[in-house]
Design a protein around this ligand. Structure first.
Ligand code: HEM
Ligand code: SF4
Length: 657
């Protein structure tokens, strides 16, 4: 009966609002905000309320995610007044619903503390915002109060408590940023070209697109406030990436909607080929499939396209098995052609000029192109005369409050508008630096300290640097066990430490991308890495008892690729490797020397190479000796790719362009 009443109420809500008004109803001068659920048509609502619906659907129906927009203020007020403690907040609110304001309770590792995820379209931040991040996390101390750059060109603040959240949310809004709808079943941060506007190989400036798309999903047109209920009850999370060049720094192939720039073959007008459904998960990982559609690079058309896909996904997406709720499953169920026709009809209904629609995917530029993976770090001349960009390495993407301020200081001193760009490789770029001032920038003390990084579990990471090693500079890491309850292993500190160790032992002619991820969810995207290290169970023999015992371990992946010729490495190259330098380092050196053209440094030098921690040094020496036996491979090209299982989805047996 309760269920029936709820359904009736919700259906009434839908009928009332969708029948009459797309604007909020006004009563006694108050703007009634709609809930996310009120946007669901009756059949989607029925599926969300069906007994086969997954627990998250029930949770979203019982208390709408968008109600967290205001509840977080109430919780904070009560905690401040001493009438509530965080432990008394309902568990579902604490652990799930607050994700709709970007607050993720890190209850297993740091009870009562949250990670706060922002939205940073195109990864563009300024000094004022950087300082605000520092001010926000500093009160939580050097270990908990850190700032992470994520693989969606995004920012995550750590250590946040509920009573401080409203001030941070308000502060972000004052700085034209938000944390709203950045987690759970929401559209995630808009990824674009980190070199937008300063790119010698730019095909499309992605900034207007990522900004407009960010507004599409997070700005309420009725109230002009952040938080958009229209997308407040999606079946699952949703990723969009807009690429601006052939390098595809935005990684379109692993997003639900990927926009790949290509000129129209006849008119030469610039536009995007659209691909759909890329995602990774424990059960399944697939590269996006081509939609066989080209759209002109016009903001209104791209926004209409994404809105149409989102609307169809919201209303028709699966709400049963959560493993089958991502966009790809809907595209597969409908078929690419039928899905495309539905999207086009929807776009036409929004008033998009029909001549802009029904244009098949356009041929890719096949002329030889030297990809620039790895070239986001260091000093590079810009197409604008007299200006340079300077990419700064941030160890494992983690910044202390002091480092945030250092970056803000440098941006204010050297960059017009005090702007910075975040990259999906978790680093920072200073754009538009006067080339005459590059020398002074490079000499700044904060870019030349060996240590000084964040301290997690007592391990200090390396400092900020413009010229890190070929391994250190290209590490990507998920959060791992320090904060994430799902992690099987510690990642960020290990990632930086192991990379420093490897750079001391092996020489490489080009960057080597090592990705770490703490569990099979693969937020650190091991499948696109040259070498991926995924937390996994491992066993070793206990010398005392002779029995096998469980130890922290990892599965190794080899041969993923990004860029134009992207490739997902789906199967582990080796499983159950103990996360112990004495075992892991030789394994990695063998892969690096045999498959990536790595050359062991002088054996004596290698044996003497100092690990960042004294205790790791013997392991380094042992590793060098063990790896000396590894077969040498002169080419720098990874050899593993050819041996990996095909990345192609059955819906895209080959690229049609
Ligand atoms: C059901 C599967 C997944 C779960 C439960 C999960 C869980 C999480 C959690 C708990 C965090 C935050 C950890 C922290 O920083 O404290 C996180 C972050 C993140 N995850 Fe996942 N994850 C899943 C799958 C994925 C996949 C497949 C990807 C893409 C390859 C991904 C990409 C990310 C990214 C990029 C972040 C950083 C935040 C951002 O910029 O949006 N996740 N994930
Ligand atoms: S991959 Fe696993 S450990 Fe790493 S952030 Fe995602 S859920 Fe946490």
């Amino acid at each position: 009966m309760v269920f029936f009443n709820r359904l009736l109420l919700a259906a009434f809500n839908v009928a009332l609002v969708s029948g009459l008004a797309l604007t909020p109803s006004m009563s006694a001068g108050r703007v009634e905000k709609r809930t996310g659920t009120s946007f669901l048509p009756p059949d989607a609502l029925a599926r969300a309320m069906d007994k086969k619906a997954n627990p998250f659907e029930k949770l979203k129906i019982e208390k709408d995610g968008t109600s967290a927009f205001t509840d977080v203020y109430e919780f904070a007020k009560q905690i401040r007044a001493g009438t509530l403690t965080w432990e008394e907040i309902e568990k579902n609110d604490m652990d799930q619903r607050l994700k709709f304001v970007g607050l993720l309770h890190r209850g297993k590792r740091t009870p009562g503390k949250f990670m706060m995820r922002l939205r940073v379209p195109n990864g563009i931040v300024n000094a004022a915002q950087m300082r605000f991040y520092a001010d926000s996390v500093e009160p939580y101390g050097p270990e908990l109060g850190v700032v992470d750059i994520t693989t969606r060109q995004n920012i995550q603040l750590r250590g946040v408590v509920v009573e401080d959240a409203p001030a941070i949310i308000d502060g972000l809004h004052a700085l034209n940023q938000t944390s709203l709808q950045s987690a759970l079943d929401s559209v995630r941060n808009m990824v674009g070209n980190p070199l937008a506007g300063i790119d010698e190989a730019e095909l499309v400036d992605t900034r207007p697109f990522t900004n407009a798309l960010n507004d599409l999903v997070s700005l309420n047109p009725d109230t002009n406030e952040r938080g958009r209920p229209q997308w407040g009850n999606l079946p699952r999370k949703f990723n969009i990436a807009v690429s601006g060049n052939r390098d595809d720094f935005a990684h379109t192939h692993i997003n639900d909607i990927g926009l790949q720039p290509v000129a129209h073959a006849e008119t030469q007008a610039m536009g995007f080929n659209v691909c759909l459904g890329g995602y990774m998960s424990i059960k399944r990982t697939c590269e996006a499939v081509p939609m066989n559609l080209w759209v002109p690079a016009e903001v209104n058309v791209v926004v209409a396209l994404c809105e149409a896909v989102l609307r169809i996904f919201r209303d028709a997406g699966a709400r049963g098995d959560r493993q089958k709720a991502r966009l790809m499953w809907l595209v597969e169920a409908k078929g690419v052609d039928a899905f495309r026709e539905e999207v086009l009809a929807e776009m036409a209904s929004y008033g998009v000029d029909p001549s802009a629609l029904k244009i098949p995917a356009q041929p890719r530029d096949r002329r030889p192109y030297e990809g620039r993976q790895g070239a986001l770090l260091g000093v590079h001349a810009q197409p604008q005369a007299g200006l340079s960009r300077v990419g700064v390495h941030v160890p494992s993407g983690r910044l202390s409050a002091a480092q945030c301020r250092d970056l803000a200081d440098l941006a204010e001193k050297y960059v017009p508008g005090a702007e910075m760009r975040l990259t999906v490789d978790q680093n920072v770029i200073f754009p538009n630096v006067n080339s005459d001032q590059v020398g002074a920038l490079l000499a700044e003390p904060c870019l030349n300290t060996k240590g000084g990084g964040t301290e997690g579990g007592g391990v200090a990471m390396g400092g900020l640097s413009v010229a890190p090693g070929n391994v250190v500079g290209h590490v990507v890491s998920c959060t791992g066990a320090q904060f994430c309850g799902l992690a099987l292993v510690e990642t960020k500190n290990n990632a930086d430490r192991v990379a420093r160790l490897l750079d001391g032992l092996v020489e490489l002619d080009s960057p080597l991308r090592i990705h770490w991820t703490g569990c099979p969810n693969s937020c650190g995207q091991v499948q696109v890495a040259d070498i991926g290290i995924m937390g996994a169970p491992a066993r070793v023999k206990d010398e005392a008892t002779g029995k096998m015992m469980a130890v922290p371990g990892c599965d190794l992946f080899v041969g993923g690729a990004i860029g134009e010729e992207s490739h997902l490495s789906l199967e582990p190259f080796k499983k159950g490797v103990p996360l112990d330098d004495a075992v892991l380092i030789p394994e990695l050196l063998a892969i690096i020397t045999s498959q990536f053209g790595g050359r062991l440094k002088d054996k004596k030098e290698a044996a003497e190479a100092k690990a960042p921690e004294a205790k790791a040094a013997p392991a380094a020496a042992a590793a060098a000796a063990a790896a000396a036996a590894a077969p040498k491979q002169p080419s720098k090209a990874p050899k593993a790719a050819a041996a990996m299982p095909s990345k192609r989805h059955p819906l895209s047996p080959q690229r049609p362009w």
